[in-house]
Design a protein around this ligand. Structure first.
Ligand code: URA
Length: 240
């Protein structure tokens, strides 16, 4: 059995601070097993007790996992003075204080972003030693050919700064001087895909992440939409 103070339970599971939660409890907004409780220090059994806040039942989950289809114009940060953040796209009931994006996408990149409060899992996914595959679809200004696919497969130097790890470049279509590609990389340096094509004097016109490890972007999610991961998806991510 896991036991926790009522005020801690509610501040962990909502966007409210502990002192705000104490006020709500004292003013009668909280019930435990259908009885109003006014004492913030009451101990809650997180598996057995039913806690309701403002008439909504709140379940205790240590970890939460959301898949967001990040739209362009939104930053993958927890706060930002200028732009909307990925956390701003979560509804009030889901926006817990300890959530963060596991990894970053540029402001003009769309696609799969994992949002969680599971620090150890995030560390595993992002750690260079695990090399979780990340696949992107990109529209490139330039004629991408099989010679480039070879260079991507073997690795090449960028800005005399580092040599890329082997990656997989697939040419999907050509139209005039534009190429649609998919790229799978095993590392995640700043602006990595843009810099890889930049090394060939090519510009990335649009970029979308479609998978990260075993996790694939749900095609039903429109830009800006999100959903919780299924239990199977969480398990497959943890198998990294
Ligand atoms: N590579 C980039 O250049 N940008 C991203 O957002 C992700 C990978």
């Amino acid at each position: 059995m896991s036991s926790i103070r009522l005020d801690r339970f509610l501040s962990d599971m909502t966007s409210y601070s502990r002192s705000d939660i104490k006020k709500y409890i004292r003013s009668g907004d909280v019930t435990v097993n259908d009885f109003p409780v006014y004492d913030p220090s009451v101990k809650i059994n997180t598996e057995a007790d039913a806690v309701s806040f403002k008439n909504c039942e709140i379940k205790y989950n240590k970890y939460l996992y959301f898949m967001l289809n990040k739209p362009k114009g939104v930053v993958s940060a927890t706060r930002d003075d200028l732009h909307r953040t990925c956390l701003d796209l979560l509804s009030d009931g889901d926006r817990r204080k300890d959530l963060f994006p596991a990894g970053r996408l540029d402001i003009d990149t769309e696609g799969l972003l994992l949002i969680t409060n599971d620090g150890p899992l995030s560390h595993n996914l992002l750690s260079p030693s695990h090399h979780v595959d990340k696949t992107y679809l990109a529209l490139i200004q330039g004629f991408v050919d099989e010679n480039m696919a070879y260079d991507f497969a073997t690795g090449f130097k960028i800005d005399d700064e580092f040599t890329t790890l082997p990656s997989k470049l697939r040419i999907l279509s050509h139209e005039d001087q534009f190429t649609e590609v998919s790229v799978t990389i095993h590392e995640g340096r700043f602006h990595q895909i843009k810099r890889m094509f930049g090394a060939f004097d090519m510009k990335v016109l649009s970029l979308k992440r479609i998978s990260m490890g075993a996790l694939e972007l749900d095609p039903d999610l429109k830009p800006g939409e999100y959903r919780r991961l299924t239990a199977d998806e969480v398990t497959s991510l943890k198998e990294v």
